[in-house]
Design a binder for this molecule. Structure first.
Ligand code: T6T
Length: 320
């Protein structure tokens, strides 16, 4: 896989030689010094933090990075954005594919035009398309969430997983890791996984309906920002704050407020800025014909109210 990246980079370097300025490929337009980040959804602190890291690294390496994002976390919206970006022929694209299979065909088409494709956060099932993938160890994150929640509920009671959208590589791995790890606790019953379509309001409704059917609900694992923010609202609406323990992935400003207020008991924070930085490094390596690392894992940390001040560097941003 490393070899694929290197060879691919060398092909791009060949294109550079043809271009007159060293950065512009005059054979068909485009600019190899340009990178584009295509996040999963616009205006969301995880991706904003990723963009901040990517922009800073691009500037440091003498590249320009633009961002184009869909308004919803949806492959049908992300596909035309990707096609529009490809038409402008940047040197590299950092993309968080919104679906593990539905984004395969448009991403292959992009790769086949000679653009260096790097996956940031989410990934395709097909590992042959991107030269590099940078993400948290999401399965391990789900396992960590299960252990954290088990401790909070004294190893017993019914628990629910609120997941985002089926087909999202990261959150599916988190839910799987959680479900596998929870089996080690005989006193815990899994109520299974429900999907909120990456909409906080849907997560709140799921909590309301689950509490009506299972008033003894002990704990919830919310696999990302939208599900965790919405689950906190659902618990608040039902006056169950603190009674039903909530562990959520991510660390948006609202999630951090919820942790401070005791609405959420633990957050599993990722390092989106680090994902963006490393994504740029890998895209640039591929463009310049240098060795590329196929898979890179970034940091993750479980944060509780007790250690939130010490871990504030992991909090996500609304702007750079
Ligand atoms: O949890 C992150 C990201 O890792 C996941 O792939 C999708 O949801 C987030 O962006 C948070 O909303």
């Amino acid at each position: 896989m490393r070899r694929l990246g290197t060879v691919f980079g060398a092909v791009l370097a060949g294109v550079l030689v043809v271009g007159c300025s060293g950065s512009v490929d005059d054979s068909g337009g485009g600019d190899s010094k340009k990178l584009v980040l295509i996040p999963g959804v616009a205006d969301e602190p995880f991706y904003i933090s990723m963009q901040c890291g990517a922009e800073a690294k691009a500037e440091a390496l003498g590249y320009e990075l633009g961002t184009q994002a869909p308004t919803k976390f949806d492959a049908a919206q992300q596909t035309p954005i990707l096609s529009g970006v490809v038409a402008n022929k940047p040197g590299g694209i950092l993309i968080a594919p919104t679906h593990a299979t539905a984004m395969a065909s448009p991403m292959k088409q992009a790769r086949d035009t000679g653009i260096a494709m790097v996956e940031v956060d989410t990934a395709l099932d097909d590992t042959s398309v991107a030269v590099s993938s940078i993400a948290s160890d999401n399965k391990k994150g789900g396992e960590l969430a299960a252990q954290t929640l088990a401790k909070l509920i004294g190893d017993k009671g019914p628990v629910l997983v609120i997941n985002t959208k089926a087909g999202t590589s990261t959150t599916d791995a988190r839910a799987q890791g959680f479900q596998d790890a929870v089996k080690a606790f005989p006193g815990i019953t899994s109520l299974g996984v429900q999907y909120n379509n990456n909409e906080a309001a849907q997560a709140a409704s799921i909590v309301t309906a689950t509490l009506a059917a299972h008033p003894d609900l002990a704990g919830i694992f919310a696999t990302n920002l939208s599900s965790a923010e919405g689950a906190a609202t659902g618990l608040r609406n039902a006056n169950k704050l603190g009674q039903v323990k909530l562990v959520g992935f991510d660390a948006s400003p609202k999630q951090v407020e919820d942790l401070k207020a005791g609405t959420v008991q633990a957050l599993i924070a990722q390092d989106p800025a680090g994902i963006g930085e490393k994504g740029v490094e890998q895209a640039v390596a591929a463009i310049e014909g240098k060795p590329v690392t196929r898979t890179i894992q970034t940091d993750m940390v479980a944060i509780t109210q007790a250690d939130m001040d010490a871990n504030s560097k992991y909090f996500y941003k609304r702007k750079c």
